[in-house]
Design a protein around this ligand. Structure first.
Ligand code: KG4
Ligand code: ZN
Length: 363
């Protein structure tokens, strides 16, 4: 069985073909990062237009890469949500139309289920049950997974997602969008002892997260240190305007070491919080397997600290290869294949769900 997967929920066009005998036989990805970089974040309309330009050529490229034709395909899976409505509509319309034209089933896939199943594409996939920690640009969720389609949400972010907090803090430090990975690189040179950031919502029971306060804490720390820098400079040069740019957060005014120290304190606080909550979820469920997926699972410290947690508990951590942590078509093709094998596919109507809780997953 060969399934074409189409991912277009945000700023990546991902197209892949998964074969249940041979595994992944094509994987094409186009990232729109350059397109959005000047704006400091994703511009939804530009994203939709670019998906329109890239989707069909990438499908052709995937067919050529796998050396198959449309008549070899047994289904077309596409991301139906959650995500940007216009971007989702591109993949869903093209996917649904191609399935109709090729007379094969179409399968609407939940983007976060795609992330959750991405570690299944690796050589040592996790068995059920496991706790999944999904950490992406739009979501931070702890989920009890007892089987395909059996997902119970244990906790989630009540404000900024982990990736969003990384990106916003990176922006405050003057790093380009998307700054998560760049902030993490900078943190490697940071002194962990210089600043201490809070571990939000860990002093009370529960599995929800809140990361927007960390971003504010970072903003205040930047402001305090840039003002100290300014005051030192002004003491040396009395002619300068005392109030010039005081009150405006501008990480560019910090020296490189201070930036790195702030990045380190932020990353340590965020990762420690993930570890504390993941430990609670494992204690609650009694499971000893942890899956981490989504863009932030590419983070070295996240992987390392969660591996240490699982080692100390005699369990194991699973995560996708780096390319499949962030958005890709492979995870959508794979999730589509699993659902099709269970006899599930979608009606003729083209429907997308920009907001779609994983608990409500009905295909
Ligand atoms: O899963 P993903 O590709 O898109 C969504 O579904 O949101 O995740 C993208 C997010 C971005 O916020 C990006 O900055 C973050 O993942 N990210 C990282 C790293 N690599 C990607 N955050 C921290 N450290 C990284 N190494
Ligand atoms: Zn994603």
């Amino acid at each position: 069985m060969k399934i074409l997967g189409i991912e277009s929920s945000c700023d990546e066009t991902g197209i892949a073909i998964y074969d249940d005998q041979q595994g992944l036989i094509a994987n094409q990805l186009y990232s729109q990062i350059k397109l959005h970089a000047d704006y400091g974040g994703v511009v939804p309309e530009l994203a939709s237009r670019d998906h329109i330009r890239k989707t069909v050529p990438l499908i052709k490229a995937a067919l050529a890469e796998a050396n198959v034709t449309a008549s070899d395909l047994n289904g077309v899976a596409y991301t139906a949500g959650p995500g940007l409505v216009g971007a989702l509509l591109v993949g869903a319309s093209i996917g649904r139309a191609l399935a109709y034209a090729w007379n094969v089933p179409a399968i609407a896939v939940h983007h976060m289920e795609g992330h959750l199943l991405a570690p299944m594409l690796e050589t040592n996939p996790p068995e059920f049950p496991f706790v999944a920690l999904l950490v992406s640009g739009g979501h931070t969720q702890l989920i009890s997974v007892t089987g395909i389609g059996q997902y119970q949400l244990l906790g989630e972010s009540i404000d900024d997602a982990a990736g969003e907090a990384f990106d916003k803090t990176a922006k405050l430090l003057g790093l380009d969008y998307p700054g998560g990975a760049k902030l993490s690189k900078l943190a490697e040179m940071g002194d962990a002892a210089r600043f201490h950031f809070p571990r939000p919502m860990t002093d009370r029971p529960g599995l929800d997260f809140s990361f927007s306060g960390l971003k504010t804490f970072a903003a205040n720390t930047i402001l305090k240190n840039q003002n100290q820098n300014q005051n030192q400079n002004q003491n040396q040069n009395q002619n300068q305007n005392q109030n010039q740019s005081q009150g405006m957060v501008d990480g560019q005014q910090l020296d490189q070491q201070t930036k790195a120290d702030i990045a380190r304190a932020f990353e340590d606080a965020l990762v420690d919080t993930l570890v504390i909550k993941a430990r609670r979820a494992l204690e609650l469920t009694g499971f000893n397997r942890l899956v981490i997926a989504g863009g932030v699972s590419a983070n070295k410290t996240v992987r390392q600290k969660l591996a240490e947690l699982m080692h100390s508990r005699g369990g194991q951590v699973y995560y996708p290869r780096l390319d499949f942590c962030t958005d890709n078509g492979a995870m959508i093709a794979y999730a589509g294949m699993i659902h099709l094998k269970q006899g599930q596919h979608s009606p003729l109507a083209i429907e997308v769900k920009p907001r779609w809780p994983l608990n409500d997953l009905v295909i």
